[in-house]
Design a protein around this ligand. Sequence first.
Ligand code: GBH
Length: 493
Amino acid sequence: MPFRTFSRRQFGRIAGWSALGMSVLPAGSGLAQSSRENAAAGARNSSGFPKGFLWGTATSSYQIEGAVKEDGRGPSIWDSFTHTSGTISDKSNGDIAADHYHRYKEDVQLMKALGTRAYRFSIAWPRVFPDGVGTPNPKGLDFYNRLLDELLANGIEPFATLYHWDLPQALQDRHGGWTSRETSKAFADYSGYVAQRLGDRVKHFFTINECSRMVQLGHGLGADAPGLKLPQAGINQVRHNVALGHGLAVQAIRAHARAGTRVGPAENAVSCVPAFETPANVRAAEMATRELNAGYLTVMLEGKYTDAYLTHAGKDAPQFTPDELRVISTPVDFVGLNVYTPDHYVIAADNGPGYTLAPFPSSFPHMKASWLRPGPEAMYWSPRNVAKLWNVKSIYITENGTSSTDKPAPDGNIYDLDRVMYLRNYLTQLQRVTAEGVPVQGYFLWSLIDNFEWGDGYEQRFGIYHVDFETRRRTPKLSAAFYRETIAKNAVV
Ligand code: GBH
């Protein structure tokens, strides 16, 4: 049997939904009423989320858009990287990806069918400034104008990420990219321009997605663009320049956006979970969170590198000025956290740092991606530790999700039970943390649709909608039905 398919016109009766046991409610009629009732039930129910909790999905430009040469877009470091042999496991690239550039209207309908009220996407810097700096390209910005209008017309609030790794190649060529502060400054100029032009409709901006990954994998391991393997001093300097770019961008957005615009980072913070919950282990996990994020959230929120970070770096420590630390720690309005896996289980210890990071036994399970060890408690401890350590008053979970094999069953449906299991367990911990008053205000599931998964090409699918990369047809997986039901009830189902 072929995949379940639907067009925009057919949306009110998506075959995939009913085949997956979901009733399809006509848009604009009973749905609003029933979600209100469900939300009220959720508030009484121990599995419920706070009233008004914001449910969304997330994507990024290079992973979904395609159209890399259209409307004046300049090349990015990811175009160069994917077109270098030996970089991507299946030798693929993002030239077409999910073709979102041409199919964004259909994709907004996918969001609407889930009942999501928010969408986190990223803006491709080389569409807006093909050369990194200088004259903006109006046609590039127009794509985001069209997307924003479509989102708002469908009742979906846009949350824009300014940098999800697609640096204009021109800046890599001219300055060595993030090895130079010139790139930090160029990022601020671009951010200010976008905030001015889109700030009438975008009320929430994320600066940089996962500083940690672009520093480590892009400049240390060479596994992500720009594929550099710098010595430790170089990596530490890139980390500092990236943090500086974040701080300068916060200031530029404040200077150019409308009053009330909110801005913050979206970081894959190193997630430290107490091995089990004794007061000593809980305290140890807090200390580990502060130290292991020293070059990222800690410096952004405290305005200094920890003593242990600088001592450990020794002669490789980054060059910085006190003024730069003040810029890096410009106050933010919220912290975005990408939560996938517990990076460390922590045990209190009578040693120098005060904790031991327990090594993972080789028998510890993982999801389809070998790095993705399921540890649902990370969804509790990541926001809880960030709120506690730095008194953060507003947190968004900016990504959470998993890949799965996602092979259609004989009946044509994709029963991604491992993803449903993963999401159900993580959302249970998210419910726990919100019920305890930790200020998590929204959740963006990674990802809306299958997409280009960086070095893993198209071999790891993270979408809750399947994409056939031959036809670009989208089909809901079972997890889409699960998420839709969770949103409608405002409670884990
Ligand atoms: C996120 O990274 C990204 O923001 C997103 O673009 C991506 O599609 C999504 O998650 C799914 O991966 O290869 O063994 O060195 C998630 C955090 C941290 C996960 C680095 C992969 C590399 C492991 N990532 N990690 S390894």
